[in-house]
Design a protein around this ligand. Structure first.
Ligand code: ZN
Length: 243
């Protein structure tokens, strides 16, 4: 995969939002987690998780505005702390899937979705990545997002605020992975597989997600994904490279 040089400037919306909403992300990271726990029969666990994370009031009154990213990080980490690993992953994946469903239902116009669906996957991936980058502040908070489109889509979140807790278990950022995968499966290719190949929580310099719609090639693609660049993106939340 070539590493393209062109970088887009932050969109006006992203730039304004980053300045005004520093340290905050969209409430779906909380509200969809509540739904996933309750729909998954984990109501008792939900009470314990939210209490231990210091956000018990969110269970009674789910947030409707942008929320403090550090509180969400603590919440997601507490899910991992109190539930068995496989169960925690399933809950966070479900929360990511339903977050993407919310975005599809409320944030991406139907006409735009129809256009993406008839485009060849590579072109749809490029357009969707641009849209995701423009709204990265809603899922990356103070982190910085970069999307690289080549044979596959490679997303990076530098200083990902949701995985500040150090942990050695792989695939920490299940919620992010699920959001990206669900959006791509709906708008780029139903064959899309997303995997977090590097994670800040494991000591990598950034969280890196590889999305491919060529299923048989995925494992090979993940293995040869380019080394993480040393040049950390400076533009907060909105940098997209094109291959
Ligand atoms: Zn990560």
């Amino acid at each position: 995969m070539s590493i393209p040089q062109e970088q887009t400037r932050p969109s006006k919306e992203a730039a304004v939002s980053a300045a005004q909403g520093s340290g905050r992300i969209g409430p779906n990271a909380v509200t969809q987690l509540i739904s996933a726990l309750q729909n998954g029969g984990e109501g008792a666990a939900a009470a314990l998780i939210f209490s231990q994370a210091g956000s018990a009031q969110w269970l009674d009154s789910p947030p409707t505005e942008m929320v403090d990213e550090t509180r969400v990080a603590k919440l997601h980490a507490t899910v991992r702390e109190l539930l068995p690993e496989a169960r925690a992953n399933a809950i966070l994946r479900e929360a990511g899937d339903t977050t993407a469903n919310y975005i599809l239902a409320n944030r991406i116009p139907r006409l735009a979705q129809n256009v993406l669906k008839i485009l060849p996957p590579a072109l749809a991936a490029r357009a969707l990545t641009r849209a995701i980058g423009a709204h990265a502040w809603t899922f990356a908070g103070t982190g910085r997002f970069r999307g690289v489109i080549g044979r596959d889509a490679v997303f990076e979140i530098w200083d990902n605020p949701l995985c500040r807790e150090r942990d050695l278990s792989p695939g920490w950022c299940v919620w992010h992975t699920a959001v990206f995968e669900r959006l791509f499966r709906e708008l780029v290719s139903s064959r899309t597989i997303a995997e977090e190949t590097h994670c800040r929580a494991n000591g990598a310099p950034c969280c890196r997600f590889v999305l491919t719609w060529r299923r048989s090639e995925f494992r090979a693609a993940a293995k040869v994904a380019p080394n993480i660049k040393a040049d950390v993106p400076h533009a907060r939340n909105s940098s997209i490279d094109h291959g």
